[in-house]
Design a protein around this ligand. Structure first.
Ligand SMILES: *Cc1c(COP(=O)(O)O)cnc(C)c1O
Length: 230
């Protein structure tokens, strides 16, 4: 199946799960994770109605941005080095992967310089995997308090990358824990249609993540096919 067909199929599957979970069909966003994929494929998925694309490298966002329609919302989902913030601060819609106060401060500083407001999510390593970025649930509380004070920056929610597992059910506990933390931190405060963002769920586990309250699922290989790194 083409990327376009995959996108449409997953989108309607997502809407079904949302309805079955007692939510509304537009309660979550299907973010097309297009890293390593050529712009022609992104254009196809765009033509199917997708406006949100996720990339994990600054250079790749910059290469793709000028070749695709300007109403795309680009989401930075990868680890961000402070010296590269300036290249994308006024180009990306949201930065999903803020895991230290140092990074949040650097983003805020660049946002002030460029006179924009940066939307960020705090990355939490819920499962405590050593190979991954992001602090513990407790560290995220401290980071939330501090980052919320910074100028030209809005903490819109939380993000996690769950472990790679054969059985997605194993990740349900981590999604539930992230959701509980978001309720603790944000209460009922909302600043967009979907409310507080919970960026969780990937190709292997998005149905479970949606059942546990995800508002952004980040789906790459199930839309675009396996990634080949050269
Ligand atoms: C690559 C990537 C994804 C998408 O992964 P798939 O398993 O291909 O859906 C999601 N989130 C992040 C942070 C990624 O780097």
């Amino acid at each position: 199946m083409s990327a376009k067909e995959n996108y449409l199929r997953i989108k309607s599957e997502m809407e079904d799960i949302l309805i079955k979970s007692g939510r509304s069909a537009d309660d979550a966003l299907l973010l097309a994770v297009s890293k390593t994929k050529p712009v022609e494929m992104l254009q196809d998925v765009y033509d199917a109605g997708c406006r949100d694309f996720g990339e994990n490298k600054v250079q790749e966002i910059m290469d793709k941005i000028d070749k695709l329609p300007s109403d795309i919302r680009w989401h930075m989902i990868g680890h961000l080095q402070t010296n590269k913030i300036k290249y994308i601060i006024d180009k990306v819609y949201m930065i999903h992967s803020v895991d230290t106060l140092h990074l949040a401060e650097a983003i805020s500083k660049e946002a002030v310089k460029k006179n924009v407001n940066a939307r960020i999510l705090l990355e939490v390593n819920v499962a405590g995997e050593e190979s991954k970025f992001g602090g513990s649930l407790d560290e995220a509380r401290v980071l939330f308090e501090e980052a919320s004070k910074l100028p030209n920056l809005t903490v819109c929610g939380l993000m996690t990358i769950a472990p790679y597992v054969e059985d997605a059910e194993e990740n349900r506990q981590y999604f539930a824990q992230l959701r509980e933390l978001s309720v603790d931190l944000f209460g009922k405060k909302t600043d967009n249609k979907r409310g507080v963002e919970l960026s969780m769920g990937m190709s292997g586990d998005y149905p479970v993540a949606l059942q546990e309250g995800s508002t952004i699922i980040r789906v790459g290989s199930n839309i675009f096919g396996e990634r080949i790194y050269v």
